[in-house]
Design a protein around this ligand. Structure first.
Ligand code: B1M
Length: 212
């Protein structure tokens, strides 16, 4: 019988092979893809995110769980799209121009993916015009930016401005990274700020406009 609780536990422990076999088993048994996603993978990743926020686990453990989640998601993805499960929203994500730090950004990507978002990851050293064209190309709802340097965080203001100047009125911006603060987000007119990967999911969820 499909073991979704075991899948979540395997993910929390970062046991990639166990997650993969449990996802395969559940798919073969005909468990709904969204049930596997919500009650297995996302349930496990939520625990990891919460433990990370409370400093009960650290970056290496999160990355190992994130890798397990990614493998499980890779097996599930074709079934999710075949079953018509829509992502909550598309997020264009990148580390801003001049900045090569991507460990935090990758964690945010994994947590958002685990939270039901589709991620268009632009990588690092991303100029404002690349954010803008990616939003237009993918019809994204949220632009997420990361910066780890005090010298690169001001560039986030350029991206916010470029998004506004392009007439993308319904697009929301959110920012994060070690030197970034809520005050800074307010100053540059970003719509959201998250101090860590777990709260990034909460912030992104809040930024998605409610459906009429
Ligand atoms: Co760099 N580096 N680094 N570095 N590096 C820092 C950031 C630094 C604080 C180290 C120090 O001096 N103590 C310092 C910045 C000082 C400053 O600006 N005030 C620094 C420096 C100076 C530099 C170089 C300039 C060094 C040099 O070459 N002289 C250089 C710059 C290169 C460049 O970017 N152009 C550089 C290079 C590097 C490496 C390449 C060696 C490597 C990066 C490897 C990589 O990312 N692939 C590196 C690393 C690893 C670090 C430290 C040690 C660790 C950063 C990290 O990954 N943290 C860092 C010192 C430190 O922080 N202790 C340092 C773990 C990660 C999980 O946290 O990224 O904060 P973080 O992400 C968190 C949150 O911030 C948040 O969620 C994440 C998970 O909770 N978050 C978001 C992040 N993005 C978000 C986006 C969101 C929401 C939340 O919404 C979209």
């Amino acid at each position: 019988m499909a073991d979704l609780e075991g899948m979540a536990i395997a993910l929390i422990k970062g046991k990639k092979n166990d997650v993969e076999s449990k996802v395969k088993e559940a798919i073969e048994e005909g468990v709904k893809p969204e049930t596997i996603l919500n009650d297995g993978l996302i349930a496990g990743m939520s625990v990891v995110g919460e433990r990370f926020r409370r400093n009960l686990v650290y970056v290496p453990e999160v990355l190992i769980s994130a890798r397990a989640m990614k493998s499980g998601m890779a097996l599930l993805a074709p079934h999710l799209s075949a079953g018509g499960v829509k992502p909550i929203a598309k997020v264009v994500l990148g580390t801003v121009k001049g900045d090569l730090h991507d460990i935090g950004k990758n964690l945010v990507a994994m947590m958002l993916q685990g939270g039901g978002f589709e991620i268009i990851d632009l990588g690092t050293d991303v100029p404002a015009e690349t954010f803008v064209s990616a939003v237009q190309q993918h019809n994204a709802t949220i632009v997420g930016m990361s910066a780890l340097l005090t010298t690169t965080m001001p560039y986030m203001a350029n991206v916010v401005k470029a998004i506004r100047d392009s007439g993308l009125k319904d697009v929301r911006t959110m920012i994060g990274g070690a030197p970034v603060t809520q005050q800074f987000a307010n100053d540059i007119g970003a719509d959201g700020y998250a101090p860590d990967a777990a709260s990034a999911v909460e912030v992104a969820t809040r930024l998605v406009p409610a459906k009429a």
